[in-house]
Ligand binder design. Sequence first.
Ligand SMILES: [Zn+2]
Length: 457
Amino acid sequence: MARQQILRAFKFALAPTQSQEAELRRHAGASRWAFNHALAAKTTAHASWRAQVAALVEAGTAEDVARKQIKIAVPRKPEVQTAWIAGRGDSRAGQDGACPWFHEVSTYCFQSAFQDADTAWKNWLDSLKGRRAGRRVGYPRFKKRGRSRDSFRIHHDVKRPGIRLATHRRLRILRLGEVRLHDSVKRLARLLARGEAVVQSVTVSRGGDRWYASVLCKVSADLPQRPTRRQAAAGVVGLDLGVTHLVALSQPADLGHGPVQLVNNPRHLAAAQVRLRRAQRALSRTQKGSARREKVKKRLSRLHEQLAVRRVGFLHQVTKRLATGFGVVAVEDLHVAGMTRSARGTVESPGRNVRQKAGLNRAILDTSPAELRRQLTYKTSWYGSTLAVLDRWFPSSKTCSACGRQNPRLTLADRVFTCVCGLTLNRDINAARNIAAHAVAVAAPVAETVAPDRGET
Ligand SMILES: [Zn+2]
């Protein structure tokens, strides 16, 4: 065991009063405004840089030279904030400006949104330059009301706490007063009382018609340094994210309902998915602007939220079982996972040949490899196991896991891997076995890990 500091999020469902809900919406609106304001400053600078480069190229300069010659700094949080303060106005003093109403909401809304715009910009740049693993990140988009998730973040410092636990059922949030909770905060309260947790920030967000508060804390915890005897004996488990299955394992594992090797989604998830599809069809039959359409829309957003919550909950259950049950959990490189997934298709645009096979389940199956990897990264460090990653160039699905020969003729439609050596095996299990056999352990993650929490860890 070793005492370590980890970042951990505790998420609670809020039960706000009507006036508190109006206040929550106002804060979320301000946060969206601030994000868009900061992003606009960046895109404007970027557009003028592009225009000047284009003008130079037009005049005969080589493009790579022109790109280096023109220097326009994209404003980041400090610059954005300074300009904002200078031009925001103040409705209390009758001063007009970009946002004279700023004093009606917590100032942290603006600061964290400016920060988020910096992060979105950096993610896009990193992805563009190949410094970021996983799915390609597109050019940052403006947040639209009704389309983007309503949320805002309030920073917490010891001198001016953004939140406080009033009772086990009430959270005091800066500017919002005491908000009642659906869940109990006992567990967090105990950690705070013992001085084992320190609050960093609170993120308030809306999902469907529910509001949530996610309290991010620095928690000191005793983390095991090595696997238990049982974990060590179980050895390595390889994971292949599938299309027809959520995930294929190299060896059977008990994920809560007895040993399985091809992991499917539990029945309650599939049922939620059926309800969602039914509501989607009902929506398409309604008239634009009708009262019925509004009603169906509301139900649809509730079902979406329900499905998202259950999906995340199930993924947590799976990753915890794997991290506690084995000494090593082996996965594909995120680059590969992202690439093969795009070839296999996503919910929005399923790849060819995939649609029929995935059928009803395909939306549920679209578990982001990045989320699975993120959960496994911190959970292996919590439970004394190790994460191993397969080299991105290793052809895991085309290699025979018994003899190592390659079968380049294998197509996506082939669900069974056959080899001249006599091996006949489910294609995804074969891939999972290769991943288990050839993945290389990655260095233990730094002490800081972020875990969303709804009692599942
Ligand atoms: Zn073989």
